[in-house]
Design a protein around this ligand. Structure first.
Ligand code: BGC
Length: 744
């Protein structure tokens, strides 16, 4: 049998040989990816799925976990099916496995590529130790609309940051040799434009210009392909009027031909069947369309399994198309080393020793703290001293189940660390903690039910709103400071969790007001999976620490940051609107023909609103620290450049406060004149530095014409000579800028 990791020629020889033995049915069977269904340990062979596997009608399974189960089902494939072809086992390992890292939106706020890669590496180690060899991650959909619940699963609004993260995650999962037993196949999703759903409603239509696709939405998918991602998942939505799953231009022309992707292309969950509702025809028609567009594997819906034979007979598709799809699936299995050892990822010893380890949990704790964003800190309310009495109040304060956040299917909720537990363990008995729930998640019981699915209910308190608030206020009265632990539950974001209102639920806001009225210092510890509208909170609450959903170690990380053992350094990867009506709001917008004059917020016949200004509450890239960073003057090596010359931009940053801290220094560029309109600024680089109190470092950005490139009207990737503004600063709003002229 051919060796894994051997060269491509050996792989092709092996797979061609195998395919010659395969019947048409067996080839079509490989294209089938059902959910794990009814598998009960000890019964794998007799389960419905087991029967199909024996008949060679299954290529892989997903969302099944544990070595025991996976081994048993793999055994059916390699011992009881005619050709003994091993199955591939996929799973949504989105932000960690049992050791859960912060939700991806949170993690992206670390701006720390090494850390992000490391979280993916650990996720791969744990998942592969438990039998999984394929993850449906990273999700890299650019999202500019916080109403969309799945904004939580991606890296925010920016193509450059998103691309860097996409590459880091692919590398973390796949390493440099897929056949190792602790690397897994990565699947970038959801290709394409899934984050641009109209009105932020999940699965909704997307429609945009090709310029926008290429310049603003495609880059992270492309970056994943360039990083060698082994598989791609088609998105549910339509693109240019054709669902991605059947969109030949998207799959074949762009992904395969232009980007050179030669890996496995899988649908999303019932993506083929859903094209019936999209209005593209019956199951046979839409299945044929998907295959023709270049889809290899059909997740769940069995459209391929049940209709491709007859489409072939009818001459709608060709056998060559089936062969191509089958070959890509077999290649993925080959690269994973499954033909050499189908049980490569089924080592009980690894499952016992490499999952949820102390070392992994330590990194998860650090990652969570790195993902938190300090939004406000008036009069140095934070960090808290480890003395006195703290009132810990709110529906999220004493809950474990919600800490991991959305899409954490392998998490063991009872093991995750609540805020209250984390605080108590970190502060020891130096601090006295008082607790009250203070409010339900939402006054509407039905809403709370919808927002507490998958075992994450917060537990409904039957008391009246007034009674709960009264109790909280009396508890708060005995404290020196109040931690108001409020916001969203984990399932208020994620799939099919869009919201029209972006505020903290009203009942919690009433609680917050009552706590503020006590006159004690209040810190809002905010849980959320999306940017919220915090305009009132920003006015009234002295300190706001946005902790997103930090994963299994959330409680410890919250305590580390609140008590100052870790200085927060997260910077937002999405803009926080002042009002939901500003949505979509993002920093790299166009100027329009009627921009507002600088510093103005309303001018008649200018592009603005009557009732709110154009600015976000917190801009992209924003985040505070317990220390202060003083920026020196931005200088550039030249102001007149030619051709492939390099431009250097330098800035000194000094820590003038009392804490060591990390600062992400950001570089933006504006192309002042173009053959098509260009954004008012675009992130082109960043560096995260660590500074001790009093320490100063110089950050140097090397800029080349590659940083000036964009897709023009003809979708040519090019740069145009002229004037550019080079901007550097701590976030996308507070920038110093220098103009340069760059000629061809
Ligand atoms: C989601 C995907 C996920 C798949 C499998 C779908 O509903 O859109 O992101 O990978 O389910 O669980």
């Amino acid at each position: 049998m051919a060796q894994p990791g051997a060269d491509k020629a050996a792989m092709h020889t092996f797979i061609n040989g195998l395919m010659q033995k395969m019947t048409l049915d067996e080839k079509i069977g490989q294209l089938n990816l059902p959910g794990a269904g009814d598998i009960v340990t000890g019964q794998a062979s007799n389960s419905d799925i087991g029967k199909k596997i024996k008949e060679g009608r299954v290529g892989g399974l997903f969302n099944i976990k544990s070595v025991e189960k996976i081994k048993a089902i793999q055994k059916v494939a390699v011992e009881e099916s005619r050709l003994k072809i091993p199955l591939i086992f996929g799973m949504d390992v989105i932000h960690g496995y049992k050791t859960v890292f912060p939700i991806p939106l949170a993690l992206s706020c670390s701006w720390d590529m090494q850390l992000i890669e490391q979280t993916a590496r650990i996720a791969a180690i744990e998942a592969s130790a438990d039998g999984i060899n394929w993850t449906f991650s990273p999700m890299v959909d650019i999202a500019r609309d916080p109403r969309w619940g799945r904004i939580a699963e991606g890296s925010g609004e920016d193509a450059y940051l998103g691309s860097r993260i996409a590459a880091a995650m692919v590398t973390g999962y796949q390493g440099n040799d897929l056949s190792k037993d602790n690397t897994i196949l990565s699947c970038v999703k959801h290709y394409a434009l899934y984050g641009a759903a109209e009105a932020g409603r999940d699965y909704n239509t997307t429609d945009m210009s090709r310029q926008r696709m290429y310049n603003e939405y495609f880059p992270p998918y492309f970056a994943a392909v360039k990083a060698g991602v082994g598989s791609v998942m088609a998105s549910f939505n339509e693109v240019d009027g054709i669902p991605a799953t059947a969109n030949k231009w998207l799959m074949n022309d762009v992904l395969r031909k232009e980007w050179g992707f030669d890996g496995l292309l899988v649908t999303d969950y019932t993506g083929i069947n859903e094209m019936i509702d999209h209005g593209l025809g019956d199951l046979k028609t839409v299945s044929a369309k998907a295959l023709q567009a270049g889809i290899d594997m059909d997740m769940v819906g069995e459209g391929f399994l049940t209709t491709l034979q007859s489409s072939l007979q009818a001459g709608i598709i060709t056998e060559a198309q089936i062969n191509t799809a089958c070959k890509r699936i077999l290649e993925a299995k080959y690269k994973l080393g499954l033909f050499e050892d189908p049980y490569r990822y089924c080592k009980e010893e690894r499952a016992r020793t490499e999952v949820y380890t102390a070392a992994h949990r330590k990194i998860a704790r650090e990652a969570a703290a790195q993902s938190f964003v300090l939004l406000k800190n008036q009069n140095k309310t934070l960090p808290l001293r480890k003395t006195g009495t703290l009132a810990v109040i709110g529906p999220l304060a004493n809950n474990k189940e919600n800490m991991p956040g959305t899409w954490s299917v392998a998490a063991e909720f009872d093991k995750s660390i609540s805020v209250l537990t984390g605080l108590k363990e970190v502060a020891g008995n130096q601090v006295k903690f008082l607790y009250a729930k203070g409010s339900n998640l939402d006054a509407d019981e039905k809403f709370e039910e919808r927002a507490g699915m998958f075992g994450k209910a917060l537990g409904r308190d039957k008391r009246t709103e007034e009674a709960m608030i009264a109790e909280a206020v009396s508890v708060a009265a005995q404290s020196d400071a109040i931690l108001a632990v409020l916001g969203e539950s984990a399932e208020m974001t994620g799939e099919s969790s869009s919201r029209a209102d972006l505020s903290i639920p009203e009942t919690q806001r009433k609680l917050l007001k009552a706590l503020l009225a006590t006159g004690k210092p209040v810190v809002l510890v905010l849980f959320t999976g999306r940017p919220l509208t915090l305009t009132e909170e920003q006015k009234e609450v002295p300190a706001i620490l946005n902790v997103w959903f930090g994963g299994s170690e959330t409680g410890y990380a919250v305590a580390d940051v609140l008590f100052g053992d870790v200085n927060p350094s997260g910077k937002l990867s999405t803009s926080f609107p002042k009002h939901v009506g500003q949505v979509p709001i993002f920093y790299n917008h166009k100027n329009t023909g009627r921009p507002l004059a600088a510093g103005k917020w309303f001018q008649k016949f200018r592009s603005n609103y009557l009732d709110v200004d154009n600015d976000p509450l917190y801009p992209f890239g924003f985040g505070l620290s317990y220390t202060n960073f003083q920026y020196g003057t931005l200088t550039v090596s030249d102001t007149l450049l030619k051709g492939e010359q390099m431009l250097t931009a330098r800035i000194k940053v000094k820590n003038t406060g009392n804490y060591a801290g990390k600062e992400t220094v950001q570089l933006y560029i504006r192309d002042m004149v173009g053959s098509v309109t260009r954004p008012v600024k675009e992130l082109k680089g960043f560096e995260k530095i660590t500074l001790e109190p009093g320490e100063e470092k110089e950050v140097v950005f090397k800029i080349s014409t590659a940083d000036l490139m964009f897709y023009n009207y003809d979708l040519l990737h090019t740069w145009e000579p002229g004037e550019f503004q080079i901007m550097v600063g701590p976030n996308s709003r507070d920038l110093q800028s220098v103009k340069v002229q760059w000629e061809k």
